[in-house]
Each structure stands twice: as structure tokens, then as C-alpha cells.
Design a protein around this ligand. Structure first.
Ligand SMILES: *[C@@H]1O[C@H](CO)[C@@H](O)[C@H](O)[C@H]1NC(C)=O
Ligand SMILES: *[C@@H]1O[C@H](CO)[C@@H](O)[C@H](O)[C@H]1NC(C)=O
Ligand SMILES: *[C@@H]1O[C@H](CO)[C@@H](O)[C@H](O)[C@H]1NC(C)=O
Ligand SMILES: *[C@@H]1O[C@H](CO)[C@@H](O)[C@H](O)[C@H]1NC(C)=O
Length: 768
């Protein structure tokens, strides 16, 4: 508080009283500066209004007002408008009466500090500074983002500021300097729910209505290869001897590794695969595989068909020259032949054995082939045959031979066509763990045509949705339901591979506890808890917990002669090498008959007759005892029921608590009743005293009346000479004068006066 200077001046005043009054006046009355708000968070480069009002007592005139950033007690604060760093940016919007608002433009991070307003009046004691001042925090914006994310991830970008901007701040996001118009979120976050590769870029943020833009931050979205394709150069017909280049294109992040396959055989790596001096052996189907850490993808296959150029007129041509056929399928061996004009074809046949110089045997005469062979060609140029139900034994080279009418006109097409017959074999890892990515391959010993469509079976059921182009079945994240016997086939062919077992391992699931016997458990029962779980391999490691304490192991946990101490929550843990899982907790609530039955006395066991004492029967049982009987010792029938009992008489009492499982008696407690004046006794005495008092008053009144009359005196004649006394009963009708006399003559013992008076009153009653 800057009341220091003015106070010290006032202390010079002569009268202490005035001093006290003035202190009061100074402290809160007139002087003051108030800033609203007192803390300002401003964006770098923005303009800030520091709202400010000030007051001072009447009678003062404002001479000078200014703002300062340095306030050191006892030193003259420097005027901010004279500071070269501020003078151009500062604008005083207030007045010389009460408004001290300023605007500071183009704020920088360096402007972050406290600012104070100072005013000086015409009187020497009238100076004031508003301390504490207004705090200005200037912030820039920073995008906080994960450096690299994978396609499909959920990504949160945050536009951070070092102080809290006003709630009304609307954040704007930019990708590659382009505003994301649809993304003007209220809070400072940009949420990309499932990030796509198109979301990659340089992100920056700003606040609506402000120039300041955060530095851009790179968001790198990684993804597996897509759009994998092969291009061939040169395009067009390929003739043996050419140089051919295959180029694999793919889109991925990070860049992928490329491998090349001819049929199923790996032949090279790198984006470009070159074959110089191509030969017909290079004919076939090629594809490339693009792979990065996020996945892999194969291109479609491209076919290189290398043309064989022969100059002779004689030379048989097989197309294709290599045939890969499935066991039990039918094979067509396409074949054409030429011969110089002037010759006439006499005989054509196929043979499987060609030994130079020997006569090749006609295949159609071979009993192993004759039934399966069909000649589809003619006697001019087409030498095609079909061979049905091929077996693995049929794998070999076959030759076409023709014989003309001229002795030198014999020809055999050598090399012949190579037939390879294959069956299918499923190749699969023997055991996998749930969640693994599993690849099953339908293997053949030669490369089947690219048009072969593979069919997969699990437990002899076709996996209809899995008719993959290539010979692989990919189970991305294998589940236990995927376990089974797998076999494969090629669409359109009968042959099915032998089945191969896929064993899927998984950690325990569905772990549960069953209790036997079910239903209510009473102390003393034998109880068995059984842990069930589903896992592969079967869990052999079971642990039992009561609460957090391990109490046993093994699939079965038995408690013989259960007691209430065994009540609680139990669970089991099932574990195999792939993991562990806890069951839900089951609660054992052990019922037991009353025990520890005792009588509590509310108050003391000693009471005064007429009062009662409450006895309370306490017991421990499950379910709680609701039925109580009360007994007095040595009496067979119950004296009461209910948990509490009012004892009215002395004795030794005990209670018996019952629940459905049994009952138990307590020890007896003693209640002693003391004799004493009860309130009824006191009432009797009081009524009697009151009655007597009334009688005395009445007697007194009658006596007074009698004395005012002159009564006749009757002398009582007593013939008994010994009788020298009068008894009260003798008095029949006597004056009270005589009575006075009598009392004088025969004074009565003081102690019995009341008795006497009683008789007197009786007497009196008789008189009337
Ligand atoms: C102080 O002056 C500013 C600028 O003229 C004005 O916007 C503001 O409302 C004034 N404040 C008060 C409390 O009068
Ligand atoms: C028996 O009951 C009494 C009274 O309620 C109690 O103080 C005592 O701890 C109990 N004893 C047992 C073993 O529960
Ligand atoms: C014991 O006596 C007090 C006083 O009469 C009463 O408030 C209290 O409820 C009694 N307690 C029981 C358990 O009856
Ligand atoms: C209380 O228990 C006794 C003894 O088992 C039984 O005779 C009586 O009927 C029970 N009373 C009630 C109200 O359950």
C-alpha cells in the first residue's frame, strides 16, 4: 500500500487525536487505484487495454498522472511514456479525474511484468501509486503434436499458450498454411479421429482476430504400402535376347523395401529388376512385394512371354513349354508344328521317352496313358493333346513327333513340353498365440497359373469370404476360433490338400468361481470353490485369494468345517504361459447360530422398588438373532421376549438368543430392588396432613363459638370410687370449660396429644 508518504506527513500534526482520525481517513476513504482485470494474458503482437480507475479525497487537485513499470519504495518511479521501448506503443485513454485506462499495442514477450498507475495532486502529501499493479503476461502459441503417427491413429494437436487466454478465444488451425475452415474449435485442441495420410503436413495455430501464428510443426503420418504395381520396359513384344526392366511402384511411409518373385520364387530385390539377354526360361509371371514396418502388399502379377525365334522350317512349338498342373486335373498341351512344303504328314504321335537313335514309343499305346490321352490336333499344324487325371507320376517331359512321306522327313519337337504335376500342402506354423498375425500358405511344387484361385477350408468347411488371389491365407490377428484343421484347394479342381492343424494359444479367459454346495452356508459345513477358466494350453497354475491374501492354490479350494472367520470375498487367478486372469470375486457369507450371548444392563443393576431396569440381550450371529427369550434363574417359563427386557423385581436374569441355526443362553445378571418410599406413599401422607389441618381449623372455629355462650354444667356422677380420672370416652356432653379443667387436673402425655385431639373431635361430632 502506498499510503506511506501521506501518512508520514500527517504524523507531524500536533494532536494525537487528529492523527488517529486522519489515519482512519487515509487508509480507505479517498485514495485508491483499482485495476480490472488485475491479471491480463495477451497474445504476442496484440493490443492490450489495462482498465484502471482511481479515487482521492475531495479537496485535492490532480497535477500529474502516469504509468510506471518500476516501483521501488522511496525512489521516484519512471514514467512509462518516457521509456523509448514503450512511448510509441502506449496510449493513455483515461482522464485527470478518475479513469486511468491505457492501451499498450504490439505487446512482446518482454512486456510481461507488473505495471502501476501513479498520480500526484497539488498537495505535498497527495501522492499515490496503485500497488500491487496490473500483471501483464504475454504469450506466443506453440503447437504440441506427436512427431509421427500411423494411419488410423487418433491424433490430438494442442495449441499451447504460457498463460490462460480468455475463454472467448477461438482457435484456428492451419495445415501447410491453409486454414482448416471446418476446424474452428472452441478449445485449443485439434482432434484427428482416425488420421489419414492426407492429414500429414505442417500444422500451425492462431487465435481468431489476432495476427500471431504459431510456428508450424510437422505431422508425419506413416502407413503401409498401397497401390503396388509393376511396369515393364520396354513395353510390347519381348524377344529372346532383349534387355528387360521391371519397375515396382508403391506408395508408403516410410519408404518400403521391394522384393521380386517369379511365380513363388524370390528372384531379386530393389525397386528395379533388370534382365539382360532375356531367354524363354525367363518367361513367367512376375510380381513385386512392397514392405515397411506397417505392412506389406504384393502387386498384381505381370506375364513375361518371351518369343522364341527359330529360322528353320522344321522346329515343333509348345506353348507353354512348362506346365504346372494340379494332381487329378486335366492338362492341355498346346502344340503347333511346321514342315517345308512338299512333304505329306504320314504319322503324328506324342511320346514320353526320347532317346536319340531309338524309336520313340507312342504314348497312346502306353496302357498308363491310353485311356487318359486325347488328340485334339490335326495332320497339318496343330498337335495339341489333352491328358486327363494327371498324377504326380506323370511329371516329365513330353515330345511331339511327326513323320512325313519322305525318308528324311521325320521330326521330334525337342526340347519337349515339361509337365509338372503337383499336389497341395498347407504350410502353417504349428502353434500360434492369439493376436499373432498368421500366414497359411497353400504350397505347390510348381507355379500354378496366375488365374488359380485358392479356396481355404477350416474343419472341412469352406471359408467363403477367403477366396484369395494368391496362395496365402492371412489371419491378421488370430483368435481362438481360428484354431482348427486347415486345408486348401484351387477353385475348379477336385484336389484338396491334406488338413493341417492350427493350434491357437491364448491366456486364460472367462475365469469364474463356482461354489459347492450352492445356497446358504452354515458354519461347520464343508465348502468347495472351483475355478473354471478357458485357456490354451490349459491353465495349470491356479491361485486363490481371500481379499488380497493368497490362501491356496490348485483348481479346487476346499474348506472343511467352515467358520465365520472364513466369511469374505474370494477369487481365483488362472495362469498359463500366455497370461493370467482373475475371476470376479464371490462372497462367502457364513451363517452361524448365536454365540457370545450376554446381557447388558442399561443403568445399574440396583434399583429402588417401583423403578425398572432395562436389560439388553446382545449376541453375535448370522443372520442376526431377532428372537430373544428372557428367563429368571430357577424359573422354567420365560418372563419376557424381545431384545430388551424391563426387570421390575430382584432376581438373576438371563436371555436366550435364537436364529434359524440355533440358540444360546447368556450368563445371568443380578437385579436388586431396594425398599423405599415411593411417590404413592408420599401422596398418602400429604393427603392425611391436609385433612388434619382442615379438621383443626374446624374444631377451633366451633370452640370459639361455644365460649361465647354460657353453657349449663352437668355434673357427672361416678359411682366407682376408684375412678378418679375421666377418660375421653366418658365425656358425653361437657362444656369446654370443664375440658379445660380436666386437662389441668389430668395433664396428658405430650406425645399422645394428637390422639387425644382426635378423640375430642370425635366427641364433638357426637355432640352435634
Ligand atoms: C475509461 O476510459 C476508457 C476509454 O475512454 C473507457 O472505455 C472506459 O469505459 C472508461 N472507464 C470508466 C470506468 O469510465
Ligand atoms: C462378546 O461380546 C462382548 C459384549 O458385546 C464383547 O465385548 C466381546 O468382545 C465379545 N467377544 C467376542 C469373542 O466376540
Ligand atoms: C439406555 O438408557 C438411556 C436413558 O434412559 C436411553 O436413552 C437409551 O436408549 C438406553 N439404551 C438402550 C440400548 O436401551
Ligand atoms: C422364538 O424361538 C423359540 C424357541 O425356538 C420359539 O419357540 C418361538 O416360537 C420363537 N418366536 C418367534 C416369534 O419366532
Amino acid at each position: 500500500m502506498m499510503c506511506v508518504s501521506s501518512m508520514s506527513i500527517r504524523m507531524a500534526l500536533p494532536l494525537p487525536l487528529v492523527f488517529l482520525l486522519m489515519i482512519h481517513g487515509v487508509s480507505s476513504a479517498g485514495w485508491g487505484v483499482s485495476y480490472s482485470p488485475s491479471h491480463i494474458c495477451a497474445l504476442k503482437n496484440s493490443s492490450v487495454i489495462m482498465s484502471c480507475t482511481y479515487t482521492y479525497p475531495t479537496g485535492y487537485q490532480i497535477k500529474n498522472v502516469f504509468w510506471t513499470k518500476a516501483f521501488i519504495r522511496g525512489e521516484k518511479p519512471p514514467d512509462l511514456s518516457e521509456d523509448p521501448e514503450y512511448s510509441q506503443r502506449l496510449q493513455y485513454l483515461g482522464d485527470k479525474q478518475q479513469n486511468c485506462t491505457i492501451r499498450l499495442s504490439h505487446v512482446t514477450l518482454k512486456d510481461s511484468r507488473m505495471y502501476y498507475f501513479r498520480f500526484i495532486t497539488d498537495k505535498p502529501d497527495g501522492k499515490w501509486i496503485g500497488d500491487p499493479g496490473v500483471t501483464l503476461a504475454v504469450t506466443d502459441l506453440q503447437v504440441e503434436s506427436p512427431e509421427r503417427v500411423t494411419e488410423g491413429d487418433s491424433v490430438r494437436l494442442t495449441c499451447n499458450s504460457s498463460c490462460t487466454l480468455t475463454d472467448r478465444a477461438t482457435f484456428i488451425w492451419y495445415r501447410n498454411s491453409q486454414p482448416l475452415t471446418e476446424r474452428r474449435d472452441r478449445n485449443n485442441e485439434l482432434l484427428l479421429q482416425s488420421v489419414r495420410r492426407e492429414d500429414a503436413g505442417r500444422y500451425s495455430c492462431a487465435v481468431h482476430g489476432h495476427n500471431h501464428i504459431s510456428p508450424a510443426v510437422e505431422l508425419n503420418v506413416t502407413y503401409p504400402p498401397k497401390s503396388v504395381s509393376v511396369s515393364i520396359s520396354p513395353s510390347g513384344e519381348i524377344v529372346s535376347g532383349d534387355s528387360v526392366t521391371l519397375i515396382c511402384s508403391s506408395d508408403s511411409n516410410p519408404p518400403a523395401e521391394i522384393s521380386w518373385f517369379k511365380g513363388r520364387t524370390f528372384v531379386g530385390s530393389g525397386r528395379i529388376y533388370s534382365i539382360s539377354k532375356i531367354s524363354s526360361d525367363d518367361s513367367g509371371e512376375y510380381k513385386c512385394r512392397s514392405r515397411n514396418q506397417h505392412g506389406e502388399k504384393y502387386s498384381d502379377a505381370v506375364t513375361l512371354n518371351v518369343m522364341w525365334v527359330s529360322s528353320a522350317d522344321w522346329g515343333v512349338s509348345y506353348s507353354p513349354s512348362h506346365i504346372c498342373a494340379l494332381n487329378d486335373s486335366s492338362v492341355i498341351m498346346s502344340c503347333t508344328y511346321t514342315y517345308p512344303t512338299g512333304y505329306q504328314i504320314k504319322n503324328v504321335f506324342w511320346t514320353k521317352a526320347f532317346i536319340r537313335g531309338e524309336k520313340p514309343p507312342d504314348l497312346s499305346e502306353d496302357p498308363e496313358y491310353s485311356q487318359r490321352l486325347q488328340y485334339l490336333g490335326d495332320k497339318q499344324q496343330n498337335c495339341t493333346i489333352r491328358l486327363s487325371h494327371v498324377t504326380l507320376k506323370d511329371s516329365r517331359m513330353y515330345y511331339f513327333r511327326f513323320i512325313t512321306d519322305k525318308p528324311d522327313g521325320r521330326w521330334i519337337g525337342d526340347p519337349g513340353v515339361t509337365l509338372t504335376v503337383t499336389d497341395l500342402q498347407v504350410e502353417s506354423p504349428e502353434r500360434v498365440t492369439e493376436g499373432d498375425s498368421v500366414r497359411l500358405t497353400c504350397k505347390s511344387s510348381c507355379t500354378l497359373t496366375d488365374r488359380a484361385t485358392f479356396i481355404w477350408y477350416r474343419n472341412s468347411q469352406p471359408l467363403t469370404e477367403r477366396r484369395d488371389r494368391n496362395n496365402e491365407l492371412l489371419l491378421q490377428s488370430v483368435r481362438r476360433e481360428d484354431a482348427g484343421r486347415y486345408s486348401c484347394a484351387v477353385h475348379g479342381h477336385n484336389h484338396i490338400s491334406p488338413a493341417v492343424e492350427l493350434n491357437v494359444m491364448y491366456p486364460p479367459k472367462s475365469v469364474s468361481v463356482s461354489i459347492s454346495p450352492s445356497g446358504e452356508i452354515v458354519s461347520g459345513d464343508s465348502v468347495t470353490l472351483i475355478c473354471s477358466s478357458d485357456s490354451n494350453p490349459p491353465a495349470l497354475n491356479f491361485s486363490w485369494f481371500k481379499g488380497r491374501t493368497i490362501v491356496g492354490s490348485g483348481r479346487i479350494f476346499s474348506i472343511s468345517k467352515i467358520s465365520s472367520d472364513d466369511s469374505g470375498e474370494y477369487k481365483c487367478r488362472s495362469r498359463n504361459k500366455h497370461g493370467e486372469k482373475y475371476s470376479d470375486a464371490v462372497t462367502l457369507n457364513i451363517m452361524y447360530p448365536p454365540r457370545n450371548v450376554s446381557v447388558l444392563i442399561n443403568g445399574s443393576g440396583e434399583i429402588v422398588s417401583g423403578d425398572s431396569v432395562t436389560l439388553i440381550c446382545s449376541s453375535d450371529s448370522n443372520p442376526p438373532a431377532l428372537n430373544f427369550s428372557w428367563f429368571k434363574e430357577n424359573e422354567s417359563s420365560a418372563v419376557g421376549s424381545g431384545q430388551s427386557f424391563s426387570a421390575l423385581q430382584s432376581g438373576r436374569f438371563y436371555c436366550q438368543a435364537h436364529n434359524q441355526h440355533g440358540s444360546l443362553k447368556s450368563a445371568a445378571v443380578s437385579v436388586t430392588v431396594h425398599r423405599g418410599a415411593g411417590w404413592l406413599d408420599w401422596l398418602g401422607i400429604t393427603v392425611a396432613c391436609l385433612g388434619l389441618f382442615v379438621l383443626i381449623i374446624i374444631l377451633y372455629t366451633i370452640l370459639k363459638k361455644r365460649m361465647n355462650r354460657r353453657p349449663a354444667i352437668h355434673v357427672y356422677e361416678n359411682d366407682d370410687p376408684s375412678a378418679n380420672t375421666y377418660t375421653a370416652l366418658d365425656l358425653k356432653s361437657r362444656s369446654f370449660d370443664l375440658y379445660d379443667t380436666l386437662t389441668t387436673v389430668h395433664p396428658r402425655p405430650q406425645s399422645s396429644s394428637s390422639e387425644y385431639e382426635n378423640q375430642s373431635s370425635k366427641q364433638d361430632t357426637m355432640v352435634r
